[in-house]
Write a new protein. Sequence first.
Length: 81
Amino acid sequence: MEPNIGYLLNDTSRLLRRAFDERVRALGLTAPQARLLLSLEKFPDNNQAFYAERLEVEPITLTRIVDRMEEARWIERMPDP
């Protein structure tokens, strides 16, 4: 039986996510927190609604993530002019 390309892509994605999770956990971050840091670096100067959409979470969920990251001094909030 020949491997299904859809299955292979899905399985590869799962394994990459697992490796990413393990690496960021070693830094003391969750995967969503690390993804937020990467988004902040790649797309600076956007509002929280933008980042919530990028992370595919509700804005209130992103607010909680940002709150925890700010408490841990991973990020600093700045007013949106």
